[in-house]
Each structure stands twice: as structure tokens, then as C-alpha cells.
Design a protein around this ligand. Structure first.
Ligand code: SIN
Length: 188
């Protein structure tokens, strides 16, 4: 699958007939909401694991030297915490562009972190079949890769450090993200 997913997302899933749509963010979408939203709420999804296994050609790296950013890996019993946003469907023109490097939208169920219920909405997932997927590597290697990468949106380590801080603010412990953060801090 080509790593530019804009057209694919728009063909597969027209949203214009909906009044509003919930979106679950688990990576930069937790800490960088550069789009209008109606409301936002901390949430979690089941069956998905956050992993720094996706290559970034357009934000935190280049096509020649991709950075590493977060995607979700389907894993029974896993839980991934993040931030959910209620948006109007037109906001997806911006979001599809921002997430165009391999991410496809899928519908899933989110549970509110405060335990007060759930809602169905969309999440962007960059699967193993997209051309920018880098896959598994030891966390120390991922940290070294992030330390040397940079793209049009800035250094790759900024993405990681902001995500780790945002997860702490949510009161969440993510072993994978925090292990990469610790390894990165040891290397500098
Ligand atoms: C997300 O944050 O939900 C998608 C991945 C990213 O943009 O970092």
C-alpha cells in the first residue's frame, strides 16, 4: 500500500453525512491539537498497543532518513490510553493530510478514562503493510534512531518527549514510551 493515504481514507469512509465524529489520538494528536474541536476527553481503547514502529517521511524525518513515530499494533488484551476529540467532519480534510504518511482511519470503541461510559469513533492506524512501516526494534535502537532524526516539523526527540509528558499528565504509564525516553536521555 502506498504511504500516502489521503485519497484512500476519503474514498473508504465519507463522513459528511455525520454531524460530529469522535477521534482518538494516541501519538502527537494527544499533545498537538492544531484543529478546532467541540470537546475533548481522556479515553482508552482495547486491543491495540502503542509502538514507535512507523516511519515518518514528512514530519519527524525525510523519505531518505525517516524518523520513528507512534502507530498501533493489534494485540489482544492490550489497552492504549490517549485523548479523544469530538470534531465536525470537515476537520478530517486537515487530519487526513496530517496523517497521510501511511495512516488509515478505522472505527473502534473508546472508553472514557474516568469510567463514565464509551463512544464509537475513529482512530488513525499505520499498519504493517504501509510502505513507511519500519517495524519492531529494541527500545535502545529506537531511541538512537529518534536521537539522530529530524524532519520539517522538527526534531524526532521532541515528538517522543512531548508524548511521554502528555502521558504522565494523563496519569498513564506506558512501558514502551518511557523505556525509549529513558534510553534517549542516557544517550545524550
Ligand atoms: C495519533 O496521534 O493518534 C496518530 C499518530 C500521530 O500523529 O502521532
Amino acid at each position: 500500500m502506498s504511504h500516502n493515504t489521503i485519497a484512500l481514507n476519503q474514498q473508504r469512509q465519507p463522513l459528511d453525512h455525520l454531524e460530529s465524529v469522535w477521534l482518538f489520538g494516541y501519538g502527537s494528536l494527544i499533545y498537538k491539537a492544531d484543529f478546532p474541536y467541540i470537546q475533548r476527553r481522556p479515553a482508552k481503547i482495547h486491543g491495540w498497543l502503542r509502538r514507535f514502529w512507523q516511519g515518518s517521511h514528512d514530519h519527524r524525518g525525510t523519505p531518505e532518513a525517516p524518523g520513528r513515530v507512534a502507530t498501533l499494533i493489534e494485540t489482544p488484551d492490550a489497552v492504549c490510553a490517549g485523548m479523544a476529540y469530538e470534531v465536525t467532519p470537515d476537520v478530517f480534510a486537515h487530519l487526513d493530510h496530517r496523517e497521510k504518511n501511511g495512516y488509515l482511519r478505522i472505527f473502534t470503541e473508546f472508553e472514557w478514562l474516568d469510567g463514565s461510559g464509551s463512544v464509537s469513533g475513529l482512530v488513525y492506524v499505520a499498519g504493517p503493510d504501509n510502505e513507511a512501516f519500519l517495524g519492531e526494534a529494541p527500545e535502545t535502537e529506537i531511541a538512537a534512531h529518534i536521537a539522530r532524526s529530524e524532519g520539517p516539523r522538527g526534531p524526532n526527540d521532541e515528538y517522543l518527549l512531548k508524548l511521554a509528558d502528555a502521558l504522565r499528565e494523563l496519569g498513564e504509564h506506558d512501558d514502551h514510551v518511557f523505556a525509549i525516553e529513558a534510553a534517549l536521555k542516557e544517550q545524550v
